[in-house]
Write a protein that binds this ligand. Structure first.
Ligand SMILES: [Zn+2]
Length: 391
């Protein structure tokens, strides 16, 4: 953050100088144009065959001199501005690290398979953002051959979301009805919320929709048990059909937040139903990387200063734990109570016969011949009886 502030300070300096220069230049040019204009008018009044008087010639030559001086002054000021602009570049270089090679894993993106995977991730990101043409262009240029089955879920998602954004509920309703069973299984209230928006919209449009609104209430039948309170509110709102919802105690039903909410609910539920993560894995990775870079860079610097390069020998593992906050925690993790280390693929958690769980490295350390004593309840068992568990 300090780096950003330092650069911002330089940018502010340039901007204030620039505004100052711009004002000054505009004013000078305006004055010069006015004076040229008045000289021109004066000259036009002089008949063609008459020579300039000595005073007129003097005024003319003085104006030319003044213009020359002004132009050269402006160009000097402009050059001065260049100095300030280049200071911004220097401030960026000084405050930000441009070379991250010290903390990258060599060969992370080498090889055809890895490059193809990376391109697929990028193409999927564009599909997810709804930038279908960009994704298609990348698909062709990088010869990814993404098949339609891979693209279809994203296309459908964006078609429905696009409709929801212009308050067209039909595509979303059709999709939710078709997937009702699965949505119910994941305890989703998407379909109910879609019907509620449709119903409120009918009521909002006034008494001429009374019959249609009443008929529409049938759609709520499958949700009667789950959403009793909300349904009571909706039925109550029917009483204000004539008076208008906006003049009723049910005015909150018209809150535009419901339309914003429905887009989020749809994205979340549809993604989870289609087996997609709600956020693009690429943008999550980049955000996580931005979060992790500063501490990693400072660790690297400390390691270089103290000449302990070996500490970060295992490139698959970070030398320090980086607290990413709850937002980035997707899986449960296991920390071995004996070694006080987080388990890894090479050192997975093992469940002992007695039910206690320790890491494989801890078990190997504790094993005595072909026997091991649980460090918690001293049950003796064979190390081979321990079973790997997966979180
Ligand atoms: Zn035990």
């Amino acid at each position: 953050m300090d780096c950003c502030t330092a650069v911002e300070r330089e940018i502010d300096k340039v901007l204030s100088k620039f505004t100052c220069l711009q004002d000054h230049t505009n004013r000078t040019i305006g004055e010069l144009i006015n004076s040229i204009q008045s000289i021109r008018n004066e000259l036009l009044e002089v008949p063609d065959d008459q020579e300039l008087t000595a005073t007129q010639a003097l005024i003319l030559s003085q104006s030319v001199k003044r213009i020359r001086e002004a132009v050269s002054r402006m160009s000097t000021e402009h050059k001065d501005l260049h100095g300030s602009v280049s200071k911004v570049g220097k401030a960026v270089d000084r405050n930000f690290v441009s070379d991250f090679s010290v903390i990258t894993t060599d060969g992370a993106f080498d090889g055809e398979t890895k490059i193809k995977l990376l391109n697929e991730v990028i193409a999927e990101h564009f599909l997810r953002q709804g930038m279908l043409d960009v994704a298609e262009a990348l698909n062709e240029d990088a010869m990814l051959h993404l098949d339609n089955a891979r693209k279809e879920p994203f296309l459908e998602l964006h078609r429905i979301l696009g409709a929801l954004k212009v308050q067209d509920l039909r595509p979303a309703l059709e999709w939710a009805e078709a997937n009702r069973q699965k949505l119910m299984e994941q305890n989703s209230s998407l379909e109910f919320k879609l019907h509620r928006l449709y119903f409120v919209d009918l009521i909002r449009r006034g008494p001429e929709n009374q019959v249609e609104a009443l008929m529409y209430t049938r759609n709520f039948a499958p949700f009667a048990n789950q959403h009793v309170r909300e349904l009571q509110i909706l039925m109550g709102s029917l009483l204000y059909l004539k008076q208008g919802l906006e003049n009723s105690p049910y005015v909150t039903l018209l809150d535009p937040i419901y339309w914003e909410e429905i887009c989020d609910v749809f994205t979340r539920d549809a993604c989870s139903l289609m087996g997609l993560s709600v956020e693009s894995p690429l943008s999550v990775s980049i955000r996580a990387g931005c979060h992790a870079l500063p501490p990693l860079l400072s660790i690297r610097q400390v390691m270089n200063e103290r000449r302990v390069p070996g500490v970060w020998a295992n490139k698959d593992e970070l030398p320090v734990e980086i607290d990413m906050g709850m937002e980035y925690i997707y899986h449960s993790t296991f920390a071995c109570p004996i070694l006080r280390q987080q388990s890894t693929d090479n050192n997975p958690p093992l469940r002992l016969v007695c039910g206690h769980v320790i890491s494989r490295d801890a078990l190997n350390k504790l094993a005595n011949g072909n026997k091991v004593k649980c460090p918690y309840c001293p049950v003796e068992q064979l190390p081979s009886e321990a079973k790997q568990i997966f979180f």
